[in-house]
Design a protein around this ligand. Structure first.
Ligand code: C2E
Ligand code: MG
Ligand code: MG
Ligand code: MG
Length: 283
């Protein structure tokens, strides 16, 4: 009847209006404005040495502090940034922040922690990437081997020759290249053979069930063994429990990341967190 229809119409409009509103708040104009107003922020998640529990470095993960929506995770705006080309200025901002932090670590804290950043496919293959990195190398005093550039497996398959050339250029400059979310994309072993990468990261969907699913366990073990054969570093992502850590230790996984150690934190929390963590593992 009428009541029923009215309810449907209401539901329909509510949902639709929500999408319009969302598009508006997270649209291209606002993304650009967010960039101008410096609404982006990097959070940092520790990378841990599996056998000792010591901190090796951090991965920078972007957040958007939206004036109306609060903290917005990358999954909600990175695609738009890619399709509009805004990923370039955003990615350059990420690179600059990484250089600033690495320089601070080196100069003030004399720390040799590594810093990993995520570079999206479009930016990775863009001619300006190398130019910008070189600019930063002259401007900031860092050791390039402390910067790790993470790309997803799918980038690696976009255009084999261009990606290969780009990875060689990065290696030439002294940076490390890491394949993120390993095992979820095309998993072409060709690039493991032909690209000078330093690291692969096992996607957290394999780590999640590692203690109770034979297939997840088998896949993780195989990736770790493969990496060992190829002399690559491996990071298991998404470690949330002591049991998962235990299993990964037995499998000989070199490095871990996950909420078990820490969620990504704002830059200002790093030092405090590090000293507290240090105390804990020493006691
Ligand atoms: P990623 O590079 O694979 O990063 C790992 C994601 O897993 C992060 O989500 C992190 O917060 C989350 N994570 C870490 N440990 C755990 C855990 O134990 N359990 C669970 N459930 N999740 C965990 P986040 O920060 O939302 O980032 C999502 C993705 O967005 C990243 O995946 C990366 O692909 C992309 N991203 C993040 N920052 C940037 C950036 O600055 N530039 C670009 N282009 N992409 C970025
Ligand atoms: Mg990553
Ligand atoms: Mg990942
Ligand atoms: Mg991911």
């Amino acid at each position: 009847g009428r009541k029923h229809n009215a309810r449907n119409v209401k539901a329909y409009f509510t949902k639709d209006m929500f999408h319009v509103m969302e598009d508006d708040l997270l649209g291209e104009m606002n993304l650009r404005k967010g960039l101008d107003l410096k609404e982006f922020e990097l959070y940092y998640q520790p990378k841990v040495d599996c056998s000792s529990g010591k901190i090796i470095g951090f991965e920078a993960l972007i957040r958007w502090n939206h004036p109306e929506r609060g903290i917005i995770p990358p999954i909600e705006f990175i695609n738009l940034a890619e399709s509009t080309g805004l990923i370039l200025p955003i990615g350059e901002w990420v690179i600059q922040q990484a250089f600033i932090l690495l320089e601070k670590w080196r100069r003030i804290e004399e720390s040799d922690l590594t810093l990993s950043i995520n570079i999206s496919p479009r930016h990775f293959l863009h001619p300006k990437l190398i130019k910008y990195l070189k600019e930063c190398l002259t401007k900031y005093e860092i050791k390039p081997n402390q910067l790790v550039i993470e790309i997803t497996e799918n980038v690696a398959m976009e255009d084999f020759d261009s990606v290969k050339k780009r990875i060689f250029e990065l290696k030439e400059l002294g940076f490390s290249v890491s394949i993120d979310d390993f095992g979820t994309g095309f998993s072409a072993f060709l690039y493991l053979q032909h690209f000078p990468i330093q690291e692969i990261k096992i996607d957290r969907r394999f780590i999640r069930d590692i203690t109770n699913n034979e297939k997840s366990f088998g896949i993780a073990k195989t990736i770790i063994d493969l990496a060992k054969m190829l002399k690559l570093n491996v990071v298991s992502e998404g470690v949330e429990t002591a049991e998962q850590w235990e299993v990964l230790k037995k499998l000989g996984c070199p490095q871990l990341q996950g909420f078990y150690f820490s969620k990504p934190m704002p830059r200002g929390n790093i030092q405090g967190w590090l000293s507290k963590y240090q105390e804990e593992i020493e006691s």
